[in-house]
Ligand binder design. Sequence first.
Ligand code: SAH
Length: 398
Amino acid sequence: MTLKPGRSRSVLQRHPWIFSGAFEEVGSSLEPGDVVDVVSHEGAWLARGIVNPQSPLTVRLMTWDETETIDEVNLQTRVRKALEARTVLPRLADTEGCRLVYGESDGLPGLIVDRYADYLAVQVLTPAMERWKSALVEALVASECPQGIYERSDVETREREQLPPAEGVLYGQEPPKALEFRDRDLTFLADLRGGQKTGAYLDQRENRWRVSEYCRDRTVLNAFSYTGAFGLCALRAGASHVTNLDTSEPALSLAEEMARRNEANGILPDASTRLTYLAADVFYQLRRFRDERRAFDVIVLDPPKFAFTKTMIHKATRAYKDINLLAIKLLNPGGCLATFSCSGQVSPDLFREVVRGAALDAGRDVLILEKLSQPPDHPVLATFPESEYLKGLICRVV
Ligand code: SAH
């Protein structure tokens, strides 16, 4: 496929995405998932990747080496390399929940593989990965010997690739509804079949423990709690009370079950006496707390993605500002705000601007103590800024 004049730069800089507008033409004979060579306007070979002529994100590059063949065997090698790379990461031995394959960062555009104890959850997001699915599964089985592999390709990004949603067992057994996996000495639960993402938010694993260090003897509001994972780590670190707040009733039930299991196995003997669950909208509930003059020592804000596209950045920024302002006002003097954004479109600088604005409007001094990001099993590919999406700040509110 030939690029338009002046469009080689990003390819030469090893950015893996090429949108349709960069090509002279997108050939009608191409099938979704085909391997294509990308050539400069002047005719020089630049890179090789996989194509989806039906998607505006037309080509995802996989190699800049003309001698490398992209086929089943090559993909299986890439899977093995991704798995091997995880084995040397610090702290991963301490957890049974981690990401084994992270798309472009592992040279496998459109493939996500998460491990939960003996099960793997897989997302297949491009036609090429769909085409090679059984070879990919074969490689995963050979290296990881899982009890089961479950597919959760039911996300909206598949629609953009014109792929129908797909879900179900790809190999072995169906995972139990509440699958146990260990993180340090805590027992977590994930519903791989019905939960959000592939069952849990593994990207916050390290950050939860970081934040927990500020929670000893403190009251904690865990806003956008999902299954209460931040709250559980806070309790483990000695929080006096945790309020888990989320709109999702199934997530809160799983949170309750998770607390029960850690209580039963003696890790958190009095968990239930230190926990409250609130099924409510955070935007509403923070105002309600304000009106009731409630205050907390620590507030975690871990909202879902607010900005999916560039055009949504402005609205997303307003929403971030709103909850951060309310949270800052609800904190006791010297309190701690752990605030996150997983919108890739919102840069770390913009996110800090939001917190700055919220602090100003709240009339309180906010000290940034720690800057947080993604754990090493969700590595950021240096030439692909889009692979960096999670940012967080731990702040002291004076
Ligand atoms: N903190 C969680 C992950 C949060 S994901 C963890 O560590 O696992 C975002 C969560 O926000 C989801 O559980 C979703 O159900 C919830 N949510 C989305 N919009 C919400 C709203 N307006 N009010 C409350 N919860 C909301």
